[in-house]
Design a protein around this ligand. Structure first.
Ligand code: SAH
Length: 370
């Protein structure tokens, strides 16, 4: 390569978005494609990839592992649930755990994952660790997908300020041929297939140099069931758990109950409000007190359709307003939350004031009317 041309390039190669973001986006795209439920990030460093992945709604278990506890601690608080997560618990469950340990050691907490990511990790491993790494990841953990990224040394001459390696802690940096032969041999040994790609395109006309970051995506060729894995691989725990967050979820009966109670009361209040407005408008005249007539908003329209059916009409008796549970259950959000009418009754029992036969939510309006 012409030296001047190379120097010119050295000045202009700046990746946009930055390379680390492109790597993380690559993983996110992979998650969206394969929809893994359990994802482990090995060499998770400051947890920034884990933080990005916690927003992927298919993921229910996220784990991070790093040999340096301090680097994980720096930002691990960003993985904790926020107040909004408690106010509006998600439908999925999500547990995030961080472990302190080495990828050269096996620990049972790393079993049962669907996707394992090793982003810019292997080049930080000592020779002895790199030797053990395939057995731990592909032999022991054996997830259905493994993604490994590492610098492509052929790209280095195009980057400014790269002396020997891109980072002082790198133990090696491989050419495309070196990475591919290691990856193909590993895949062959553990019965995986592997495809190569990367992020950080080379400049036009220099495609042979390859991507700045080379990536191997390994897919397990044999099926495996979660439970058999754990029982077949008894191993002592060696990692130390440094962080664990269990997100509030509607899968947890406690949060589901709260959500259902709030939604039932909210829906009943709106129905009551509409009923009272109609009464004010038409008085008690039975001729004029038409049932819920078509109105301008869809809630009333919906309610109007519902009350056509017998037993679903809210009514006033003395100082009490009764909103049938069947009516409330017919509203999409309540319906989706509870699934069955029996479940609705069970979840609100003793928590919401009901009519004596338990068929309607009851409000006393004595003081409201005065
Ligand atoms: N994956 C991150 C950071 C990579 S830097 C990202 O995408 O930005 C490499 C990380 O691997 C460092 O945090 C380092 O502490 C960790 N590491 C190095 N050797 C390790 C080992 N044997 N086991 C686990 N983590 C290791």
């Amino acid at each position: 390569m012409d030296k001047n041309f190379q120097e010119e390039l050295t000045q202009i190669i700046k990746f946009q978005p930055p390379l680390y973001k492109q790597r993380h986006q690559f993983v996110k795209d992979l998650v969206e494609k394969y929809k893994p439920k359990k994802v482990a990030d090995l060499g998770c460093a400051d947890c920034s990839l884990l933080w990005m992945l916690k927003f992927c709604s298919c993921i229910e278990v996220l784990a991070g592992l790093d040999i340096c506890a301090n680097v994980m601690r720096e930002k691990m608080h960003t993985l904790s649930p926020l107040p909004v997560d408690y106010l509006q618990p998600s439908e999925r469950s999500l547990t995030i755990t961080l472990h302190h340990g080495s990828v050269a050691h096996k620990d049972p907490c790393m079993l049962g994952f669907d996707l394992v990511t090793c982003i810019e990790l292997i080049e930080h491993l000592e020779e002895s660790e790199l030797k053990k790494f395939p057995e731990v990841v592909f032999g022991f953990m054996a997830p259905s997908i493994v993604v490994i990224s590492t610098p492509n040394s052929e790209f280095n001459p195009l980057l400014s300020r790269v002396m020997l390696y891109r980072h002082p802690d790198h133990k090696f940096e491989w050419s495309q041929a070196q990475f591919q032969s290691w990856a193909l041999e590993t895949a062959r040994c553990y019965n995986y297939s592997v495809e190569f790609t990367g992020v950080g395109h080379p400049p036009t006309g220099m495609e042979k140099v390859g991507f700045c970051t080379q990536i191997g995506v390994f897919v397990r060729k044999y099926p495996q069931t979660g439970e058999s894995v754990q029982s077949e691989k008894p191993t002592e725990a060696v990692y130390k758990t440094v962080f664990k967050a269990v997100y509030p979820s509607l899968k947890d009966e406690k949060y589901l109950q709260n959500a259902v109670i709030s939604e039932v009361i909210f829906t009943a209040q709106i129905i009551k409000y509409r009923l009272m407005s109609k009464r004010e408008e038409y008085g008690d005249d039975p001729e004029r007190k038409s049932k819920f007539q078509p109105s301008m908003d869809c809630f009333s329209d919906y309610l109007g359709k519902l009350v056509v059916e017998k037993n679903m009409e809210p009514f006033v008796s003395g100082n009490e307003v009764y909103i049938p549970l069947k009516t409330i259950f017919a509203f999409p959000k309540v319906n989706r939350l509870c699934g069955t009418f029996e479940k609705l009754c069970k979840l609100i029992a003793g928590k919401v004031t009901l009519s004596s036969d338990g068929s309607a939510v009851m409000f006393n309006i004595e003081h409201e009317e005065n």
